[in-house]
Design a protein around this ligand. Structure first.
Ligand SMILES: [Zn+2]
Length: 551
């Protein structure tokens, strides 16, 4: 009876209540984010029926239709005109180099073997690539960074030449956080940047010298990732503005090359010193590649909750829907289900979308939900969106990305990957504190995780982006326990058929907590007039300022 009375009182209070406060609105939204919904989405998306959700397979059809149906059931509007889809034109390129790369000059002749000593490919949509006596230049880290007063290509004409560069950036392995970012990797340290910069310099080819510590992975990973079929975005110039050859060289092969050039291997160390000047090696490289290609189209899925007063301003949530499909069988299982990676992120995307859709009073700005394709192939779906934005970048307030949420229960921390980049850190801190959590910078910043999921595609076009989740301290079991769980998962299940959903062992409370926190941040942003800024020293700040002066 008492309980019944309370319900009646609450009901009357609701009827006669004043304008609900922001916090009430948020509670309405947050309470719709529930463990049972997470379970339903993940169980479906990570089922064998979805075949590991690889682009261009029946698994893509099932996944994108599931997303469309869920968005429309929740009452979200299509995000691309009257469509829930954005077509992403891709090209599958298979470049096969000759078995031997020839290096000649200074009376010496070297032969490097494909896979053993080097890997090489091309993004150019063409039938054949021929490098004939392309002059080799050791260009240090291959970095042009005006904000650090650094230019490894100073005074060079790279036309027809091949740059040989080091991985990571000069700050790697130092404690000096003012020298680049010390041990934390800047974008200048990523291989993607090295290739982009070499192309801007007009180089014909580029070879990155592999080194396990600064790369963050052994040569075997380079071998398997850089051979075979690869997917890329279709571009208007058929990628002819990229270098003809992009590749890697082992440290041993690089050593042989330097000694043939009459140099000591300590020239590699000299590249760290400010004022380093590139060194022409007096050697030339020759290599041919046979190239085949096939065009196809995949889909991003996009939906929207329109803002009530400033619908043209958007907060964009992202998660990648794709995984790696069917592959080599491991213990009799060949379906790479991608339960954690990234059915969890997609489930969170759907739950946050539902929370916005259920708000009694719509937010001032729009909330956009973008499930992107081909992340596993190199962030392609998000890169395509960023280059073909449906919502103008200068009206895009922020990107909040979800990739791989943990199933180990509630966390005391919120680990921010790329901590220190933007004011979104401050929003994250406040939201974390409202949940009784603390924030923590990425504990492995030297690995460059900030550049390895879809938020980075937004950062690259200047939109402040946040990538954060709880991973360091489990609420009851502490730091050591969760560290051991996560390490074991990475070793045994990351990108393996065994990344599967286990109804008996998965605890959804941490995902619910993270999704509620990201809803909270997006909701705050959606009610504000201002735009969050990149912090001073961020490599993305000048990009934003170029089209939003004073931001
Ligand atoms: Zn992922």
């Amino acid at each position: 009876m008492g309980r019944f009375l309370i319900i009646i009182i609450l009901f009357i209070a609701t009827l006669f209540g004043c304008q609900p406060s922001d916090d009430n609105l948020q509670n309405t939204g947050q309470s719709s984010i529930r463990a049972e919904d997470f379970e339903k989405h993940i169980q479906t998306l990570a089922s064998d029926e979805f075949e590991g959700r690889k682009p261009f397979t029946p698994g893509e059809e099932k996944t994108i239709n599931y997303l469309k149906d869920e968005f429309s059931r929740m009452g979200l509007a299509p995000g691309n005109g009257d469509s829930y889809f954005q077509e992403v034109p891709l090209v599958d390129i298979h470049a096969v180099p000759e078995e031997k790369m020839q290096i000649e000059g200074k009376g010496k002749s070297l032969e490097f073997s494909f896979r053993e000593d080097f890997v090489a490919l091309t993004l150019r949509v063409t039938d054949q690539v021929v490098l004939k006596n392309s002059e080799l230049v050791f260009c240090g880290y291959g970095i042009v960074a005006p904000e650090y007063g650094w230019n490894d290509y100073e005074g060079l004409d790279m036309q027809g030449k091949t740059a040989v560069v080091l991985i990571n950036d000069p700050g790697f392995g130092t404690d000096d956080s003012t020298f680049f970012k010390g041990n934390a990797m800047t974008y200048y340290g990523r291989w993607t940047y090295k290739y982009e910069e070499a192309a801007r310099q007009g180089a014909e080819g580029i070879l990155i010298i592999h080194d396990t510590a600064p790369a963050g992975y052994p040569w075997g990973v380079v071998q398997s990732s850089w051979t075979g079929h690869k997917l890329y975005l279709q571009t208007e110039d058929n990628n002819m503005s990229r270098c003809a050859m992009e590749g890697w060289l082992t440290m041993e092969a690089a050593g042989q090359m330097l000694s043939a050039a009459g140099l000591e291997s300590n020239v590699l160390e000299s590249a760290r010193k400010p004022g380093f000047k590139a060194i022409p090696l007096g050697l030339a490289l020759s290599l041919q590649m046979h190239v085949s290609h096939e065009f196809s189209t995949s889909q991003n899925v996009i939906a929207r909750v329109s803002g009530a007063t400033r619908p043209d301003e958007s907060i964009i949530y992202t998660a990648h829907w794709d995984h790696i499909g069917i592959g080599p069988s491991v213990e009799g299982d060949s379906i790479y289900n991608g339960a954690l990676d990234n059915a969890t992120g997609i489930a969170a995307l759907l739950e946050i979308a539902d929370a916005f859709a259920q708000l009694e009073e719509k937010p001032a700005r729009s909330a956009v939900f973008l499930a992107v394709t081909a992340e596993e192939q190199g962030l392609l779906g998000s890169a395509y969106y960023a280059e073909h934005p449906i919502y103008p970048l200068e009206k895009t307030v922020a990107n909040l990305n979800m990739d791989g949420l943990g199933f180990w229960g509630k966390m005391k921390d919120l680990t921010i990957v790329g901590y220190g980049q933007s004011e979104l850190d401050d929003y994250a801190k406040e939201a974390a504190e409202r949940q009784g959590r603390y924030i923590l910078p990425d504990q492995q910043a030297e690995k460059g995780h900030f550049f390895r999921s879809d938020h980075f595609s937004f950062a690259k076009v200047g939109v402040p982006a946040l990538y954060a989740s709880g991973e360091h301290e489990q609420a009851e079991k502490g730091i050591d326990w969760i560290t051991e769980q996560r390490d074991r998962w990475l070793q045994q299940h990351y990108h393996q058929p065994s990344d599967e959903f286990e109804a008996d062992t998965w605890d959804f409370s941490g995902m619910v907590q993270d999704a509620q926190l990201l809803f909270d941040i997006g909701y705050r942003l959606s009610q504000e007039q201002t735009y969050p800024h990149w912090k001073e020293g961020s490599e993305f700040k000048p990009i934003r300022e170029a089209y939003m002066p004073g931001q």
